[in-house]
Design a protein around this ligand. Sequence first.
Ligand code: CUA
Length: 411
Amino acid sequence: MSTSSVHAWLRRAMAVVAAASLAGCDALPTLWPAKDGYPYTTTDPISDFGLLSQHIYVTITVVVCVVFVLVTILLAVTLIKFADRGTPGNPEQVHGNIAMEIGWTIAPIGIVLFLIVPTIRTIFLQQDAAPIGAKDENGQVLMGEDGKPLRPAVEIKVIGRRWWWQFEYVNEGIATSNQFAIPDDRPVSLFLTSDTVIHSFWAPRIGGKRDAIPGRVNRIWFNLTEDIAQGQPDHIRGECAEYCGEAHSLMRFEILGLDGADFDKWVSEYKGAPTFADASIKQKGEEAFSAAGCTGCHSISGFAGAKGTQGPNLTFLGDRRFLAAGIKDMYPNGRADQATARAVLTQWITNPNSIKPGTTKSANASRALDGMNIPADANGDGILSPEEFAPEKVDAIVSYLLSQTSSFPLQ
Ligand code: CUA
């Protein structure tokens, strides 16, 4: 570790101590701001759920700091005051002290109760029914003239797959994968489940982890507390937080935090299908996509032949910054560098295991391709060689997928 990074850590440690000693403690100062290169920070919450967790975290930190200081002082006093200074004979023999014994029994109980009350309160708040819509400052749900919530809660079904995330908007009929959008002006309700193994959905800035379990639906609901400016989405990162198999550590997702009006626009764009400036990109792309058997696993809006559900929905793939469930950055040098994006997507299509060891993409692809009698991956190594998959076909698919952008590409 370099001297400057040691200094940076010391500064942060001192900030923690200062925050703990201030002890008003509604919120810890943001030690690792998300916009400062710490996208998985837990000290920069942006939802009411995250703030509640933060409050408990700060309370516990302050209490343990106080206990630590008291114990250290008592220990130091004892060591100095009762040190062996060579006095002959046994020290004074002490047999019990009722006041002290009652004291050190009651004090820990008091401390535990002090910590338990906010913890349990927060747990129960989170288990409550999710609000059906945005509320006014008196806590009443804002209702429209039609008797329905003015800004109804956005309900999203989150399905953990091996090893990526599927998101389905219950009321809007939109499906995305590995990236989804939420508004800053109404509640968001997530229904978490899984198709095969247990995953854990965790977006640290939104709040705590929640398991996604096959055959069961767990829930998270929250309101964003950040007022997001129009046209300036917040990129909120998340990942799978429970070991779920070979590619567990390669199972991330990104949430697009949007201003309310932007969210409505996002929904209307995503309800439709991508448009293409050049119709031949769509035509050639769809042909190659079908011929390679991709339609067996993937869905794309506006492409009637692509209705597969085994793999991620690829509609508006050009919006996503990362491939392979948040793993491979397609735009490390910015959106203008399309060459890198093309190279990354080509690698992902032809040799997915080189990006994400353990991905079921190639195995499924081979199976689908066998079933459709398409001569790809003939030697079964999970790599589609140029002989197995003509470069111009891959190029057509790459152009087709990257051309699918809405007004909300992630950068
Ligand atoms: Cu999914 Cu770990």
